[in-house]
Design a protein around this ligand. Structure first.
Ligand SMILES: Cc1cc2nc3c(=O)[nH]c(=O)nc-3n(C[C@H](O)[C@H](O)[C@H](O)COP(=O)(O)O)c2cc1C
Length: 335
């Protein structure tokens, strides 16, 4: 079974659903001596299958696949409806209809079957910890089962359930927080402290990520006990990333001076560049994936219409250090 401690370069290219993660990016990170990831979230199983085939033609190195864990959280319908009403003028301004607040499991069973067929080196899970039986099936197929955790308590639960590695995510991370309970405000405990606390309680390999913007962060996290460091935002401008043009421009043109946590886009907390939408939708209720489906047409229209005031522009706090260029150079500069 793959071991994070055996990477030539101890860098993990974070899974980034919604476009940025491509087979080309995953392969480039792995070919550079790190661990590249495909992001299965939001994709159809057919798309994921195509990506798995594609990545295997581009690299012989280790590749991971990241899955969203469905949960049983019951959002309050009244709050969802009120928030949907509140969003109507935004949708009208972009001339789109909002989606319906439906639940789904992101193709969970089909995606599990696919990864068991293709046997990537690693399967990582976010938004919760799967049943021990799922983690056992992965390990039984020779796949390293990894779980994203944001607190010591989540780390202990994941290891008890059978996780053989942890993606330790800190408060500065771009994109969604992996917090198990979506009704909870995510922990603000600094990443270095979280890694040290988890390291003192478990032997499993740790990949630490969130706000990493240069080699100094990498050294600091390795010293705190991380076996590898996971970077997402630092790769968003790379040549191989599928980051859309609006997102690329917003990250690089200096128009935004900071990031914020919001659940205004999807009902789950995520960090993005602080635009007007984030500022004006601070009171959004919890409710993933229901709110994700409500805002999907709005977000798509905002991207198509190049509207950075409304689009979701996921970014970690270190976004100002992100540079364009081949992923191999970005990985080399970090490691
Ligand atoms: C655009 C974007 C999309 C992301 N999508 C996912 C995802 O699909 N699954 C996941 O586990 N984490 C996702 N994340 C979080 C990353 O795995 C990682 O925790 C984060 O990028 C680390 O912080 P950094 O962006 O400051 O490097 C995403 C992050 C970004 C920036």
């Amino acid at each position: 079974m793959f071991d994070l401690r055996e990477l030539d370069r101890s860098i993990v290219g974070a899974p980034m659903a919604g476009g940025p993660s491509t087979p080309e990016l995953a392969a480039a990170v792995s070919n550079a001596g790190g661990l590249g990831f495909l992001a299965a979230g939001y994709r159809t199983p057919e798309d994921l299958e195509e990506q798995l085939r594609s990545v295997s033609t581009l690299t012989g190195g280790p590749v991971g696949v990241n899955l969203f864990v469905p949960d049983s959280f019951q959002p309050e319908a009244v709050l969802l409806d009120a928030y949907r009403e509140f969003l109507r003028p935004e949708a009208a301004a972009l001339e789109v209809e909002l989606g319906e607040p439906r639940n789904d499991d992101d193709g969970w069973d089909a995606k599990l079957t696919l990864v068991l067929d293709f046997r990537p080196a690693v399967v990582s899970f976010t938004f919760g910890c799967p049943d021990p039986a799922v983690l056992r099936r992965m390990a039984g197929a020779g796949i390293l089962p990894m779980v994203t955790v944001t607190t010591l308590d989540e780390a202990e639960r994941a290891v008890a359930a059978g996780a053989r590695a942890l993606a330790v995510q800190g408060p500065d991370a771009g994109g969604h927080r992996g917090t198990f309970d979506q009704g909870q405000v995510p922990s603000a405990n600094p990443l270095g402290e979280l890694v040290a606390a988890i390291r003192s309680r478990t032997e499993v390999p740790l990949a630490a990520g969130g706000g990493v913007s240069g080699p100094v962060d990498v050294v600091r996290l390795r010293e705190a006990g991380a076996d590898a460091v996971q970077v997402g935002t630092a790769l968003l401008l790379s040549d191989e990333a599928g980051t859309n043009p609006l997102h690329r421009a917003a990250l690089s043109e200096g128009r935004f001076d900071g990031t914020s946590l919001t659940r205004g886009y999807t009902g789950r907390y995520a960090r993005g560049l602080t635009n007007r939408f984030i500022r004006e939708h601070q009171d959004a209720p919890a409710g993933y994936p229901q709110l994700h489906h409500v805002t999907a047409p709005l977000r798509r229209a905002a991207v198509d219409q190049r509207n950075a005031d409304v689009a979701h522009l996921w970014a970690g706090t270190g976004f100002a250090s992100a540079r364009p260029g081949p992923a191999v150079e970005i990985i080399q500069s970090l490691a």
